[in-house]
Design a protein around this ligand. Structure first.
Ligand SMILES: [Zn+2]
Length: 152
């Protein structure tokens, strides 16, 4: 996948992020198949669903597994997300066997795909997705900055 492909996918994830409720931190995630066709999209819904695990990535992976392939395996897919995944989501995407992870803004405080931890590229794992971070970083970070500014 080229950088242009990845930017296109992040733009879709940004679109997904805009569906967040006023209470939820706007993070969007989209799963694409090997041809770059959208399989599922989701937005962080932790507040809306009163569910600590309702991160955008988890919701998008669940929906993707329902409609893609013949079970829970998401081999060949790319997960695009506007913010670097946390440890839970990084673990989930490894378990789902996602082939690639593309994300927008880095999250130095909780990021688990290169910032604070690097869960997905731990050499002890047999399945290690490819990663590209910092795609349309400013735009992705801007959505979060706007959200937190309005809440102050
Ligand atoms: Zn997460």
């Amino acid at each position: 996948m080229t950088l242009q492909d990845d930017e296109r996918m992040i733009r879709v994830a940004i679109e997904a992020a805009r569906a967040a409720t006023d209470a939820d931190v706007p993070v969007g995630a989209v799963v694409f198949d090997a041809d770059g066709v959208e399989v599922s999209r989701a937005v962080n819904s932790r507040e809306a669903m009163s569910d600590p695990t309702a991160h955008a990535e988890i919701m998008a992976l669940r929906e993707a597994a329902r409609v893609y392939g013949d079970g829970w395996r998401l081999e060949g897919t790319t997960l695009a997300v506007t913010l670097e995944p946390c440890t839970m989501c990084a673990g989930a995407l490894v378990l789902a066997r996602v082939s690639r992870v593309v994300f927008g803004a880095w999250e130095p405080k909780t990021g688990a795909v290169g910032s604070l931890w690097d869960v997905v590229r731990d050499r002890r794992l047999t399945h290690r997705p490819q990663v590209r971070g910092g795609v349309l970083e400013d735009e992705c970070a801007g959505i979060l900055e706007d959200f937190f500014r309005e809440r102050r």
